[in-house]
Ligand binder design. Structure first.
Ligand code: ATP
Ligand code: MG
Length: 284
């Protein structure tokens, strides 16, 4: 199945998250069935990343957004983990510092945009400025409501400069979120991740849903599309995200650069040098 087509928020279309099933797993019935495909996909992604890096002419920006416990960290670990750290970066956006708040909302975002050849993942992003900021009235509506337009202009500018943008919303149910919080509470190695706020934020679920729907409706564009990923099943989330990234990168048509030196000439040099080394070894 073409997940890019299936999960795309078509530019200009309405979004109703309640109508999109977070439990969807396509033809796969369980994790074991999907695992082999995921392994193949991550290997393919590493290959494509190598091409992007060596070509050094364009870049990839992956924007990850979700409700709390939606699986951003897990997606980074399982899908992007096998990539080469030499040309891959993750930037996590937390509450803005006072210095960041003294600037326009895109200032801290643009600084970490990818350079040629790089893959960058934004773990949360400029979309927080029309999500949490809107839900909690952190700035007046007159300000946040203008931001969709600024975001579209900013992303258009990036894509003009050969930054390919893929925006992924990991879609889970409220029940699944509660289960994941419980797991964090029970597992000593996960307890550091849970806070009172996580439970308190749940009362704003519908407000967040509305804010996400609006953001995706207003900011899914041809050059910077949003995808809604069914994410209740982590294994299907990983599989479909990896597939979307592969399809996106294949469309980028990267080319390995042609060598700038005369390979035949260097091959002759190599033969002579190897011969010399053999003789030295024989005579010693
Ligand atoms: P996890 O999902 O694993 O808990 P996290 O991404 O939620 O990880 P936290 O440190 O728990 O990491 O939360 C970061 C917080 O920063 C979130 O509550 C988010 O809403 C908030 N935040 C991010 N950007 C902004 C922003 N521009 N304005 C206000 N709050 C923001
Ligand atoms: Mg959190």
């Amino acid at each position: 199945m073409d997940y890019r087509k299936k999960f795309l928020v078509k530019p200009g279309s309405k979004v109703n998250l309640n109508k999109i099933d977070p439990d969807f797993t396509d033809v796969y019935e369980n994790k074991e069935e999907a695992l082999e495909q995921l392994e193949q996909n991550t290997a393919k992604l590493a290959e494509l990343q190598y091409k992007l890096y060596s070509e050094n002419k364009q870049s990839l920006l992956i924007v990850l957004q979700a409700m709390d416990a939606g699986g951003k960290d897990g997606t980074i670990k399982h899908v992007m983990g096998p990539m080469n750290p030499q040309s891959c970066r993750v930037h996590s956006y937390k509450q803005p510092s006072s210095e960041e708040l003294d600037h326009d909302f895109l200032w801290r975002i643009h600084r970490f945009a990818p350079r040629n050849g790089e893959v960058v993942i934004y773990n949360r992003s400029h979309y927080e400025d029309v999500l949490v900021v809107r839900v909690h009235d952190l700035v007046p509506k007159e300000i946040w409501s203008r931001r969709y337009e600024f975001i579209n202009d900013f992303e258009k500018m990036l894509s003009f400069h050969k930054v390919k943008i893929v925006k992924l919303f990991l879609h889970i149910t409220q029940e699944e979120q509660l289960k994941r919080f419980r797991k964090r509470l029970e597992r000593p190695d996960k307890q550091w991740k849970i806070s009172e706020c996580d439970y308190k934020e749940r009362q704003y679920w519908n407000d967040y849903t509305k804010a996400f729907e609006d953001a995706m409706e207003k900011c899914s564009t041809c050059h910077s599309p949003w995808y809604i990923i069914p994410a209740n099943h982590k294994w299907f989330r990983n599989l479909s995200v990896s597939q979307i990234l592969i399809d996106t990168m294949e469309d980028m048509k990267m080319k390995l650069p042609e060598p700038e030196v005369d390979i035949e000439h260097i091959r002759l040099l190599a033969i002579a040098e190897e011969e010399k080394a053999r003789n030295t070894k024989k005579n010693s």
